[in-house]
Design a protein around this ligand. Structure first.
Ligand SMILES: [Mg+2]
Length: 337
């Protein structure tokens, strides 16, 4: 059987069975944004790792090494934010081609260190090997009180689906990088904003800690693959369905302008673009206004109610103009729910 027959998540499911040989202290193993391990009476350790591979997750030469270092750390911090935790330490393993210079490796580390220092997170170890394929693997350790951990499994029918920030900005930034036709046509401000969203995403740690403080979030994860695919993980873990309202998806005017120029659909980017590293979470019905006011009061940017959790068996449904759905569903088997 080829891996492509069952996909990445099908493979994980097959490999993840029978992996816990001493369940003492293991609250969550494989299957959430990070593993959750008891370390004291009321404290847990959050552990996650994320690998970035040249040619798969980034293209060497298309992204400045400083930004790549930032991104490698940011995507890991994002997984700790997704659990409602605080990042503390990282370990970094590098596979470097022999053509790599010392200065290049230092530039990569400088990008990591600038985000690590800003968030008071230590780099405490790792490994370095030579390889034909440039690869960065970051392991992150975070902390949380056991009562503050927010997993993917707590969503209930009737809960409101919310997302932080705007969706599709990273996809728009990638379009600018890859589509030569756009060069010179996108305004300098749009270009700067969208490239930053793609190259140097900011982990939503402040938003996460505010949500933990509010205390009523039922499920949470970070958006790495895109809302349409990622909401399925919450549905699967929580054994529920979900409706996403296409007309409520938050996207920026910058992304909308670039989509128009490129002949692309900004709603499609918001649903499937991926790499936004915003937080996707659910709250009990009626609590959405409280979240919006709290974000506004704390100056933490936009937060939007974009859907609703439904009964199990309903799958993931996109609700909107029929034409939109037909267009958006084309070629995406994960839309079948
Ligand atoms: Mg994640």
């Amino acid at each position: 059987m080829k891996i492509s027959d069952i996909g990445e998540f099908g493979l994980i499911k097959r490999l993840a069975g029978g992996t816990i040989f001493n369940p003492n202290g293991v609250i969550k193993g494989i299957g959430d944004d990070a593993a959750v391990i008891m370390t004291g009476q009321d404290r847990v350790l959050l552990v996650s790792c994320d690998m970035l591979v040249d040619g798969v997750h980034f293209i060497y030469g298309k992204i400045p090494l400083f930004d790549l270092g930032h991104k490698a750390v940011a995507v890991n911090m994002s997984d700790i934010a997704a659990m409602g935790g605080v990042p503390r330490h990282v370990l970094v393993s590098l596979a470097l081609p022999s053509r790599f210079t010392v200065e290049e490796a230092e530039e990569l580390f400088n990008g990591m260190k600038s985000l690590l220092s800003r968030r008071s997170v230590n780099l405490i170890g790792g490994d370095t090997v030579r390889s034909d394929v440039f690869t960065i693997d970051v392991t992150i350790l975070g902390e949380a009180l056991i009562g503050s951990v927010i997993m993917r499994s707590g969503a209930r029918p009737g809960d409101v689906v919310m997302v932080t920030g705007s969706l599709g900005d990273s996809a728009a930034g990638l379009e600018i990088l890859l589509n030569d036709q756009l060069s010179g046509r996108v305004s300098a401000d749009d270009r700067e904003y969208l490239l930053a969203a793609h190259l140097t995403p900011e982990p939503r740690l402040d938003q996460s800690s505010l949500l933990v403080k509010l205390g009523f979030v039922t499920a949470m994860m970070d958006l790495s693959d895109g809302l349409a695919g990622d909401i399925k993980h919450i549905c699967e873990s929580s054994r529920v369905g979900a409706e996403i309202y296409l007309d409520r998806l938050p996207y920026s005017q910058c992304a909308a302008r670039v989509a128009r120029m490129a002949g692309k659909n900004v709603v499609h980017w918001a649903l499937n673009g991926g790499e936004d590293y915003q937080l996707l979470f659910t709250v009990p019905s009626g609590k959405e206004e409280e979240v919006i006011e709290a974000f506004c009061g704390a100056g933490l940017g936009a937060v939007t109610a974009a859907g609703r959790i439904t009964d199990p068996g309903c799958g993931v449904r996109l609700v909107g103009f029929e034409e939109d759905i037909k267009h958006l569903a084309k070629g995406f088997d994960h839309f079948s729910g």
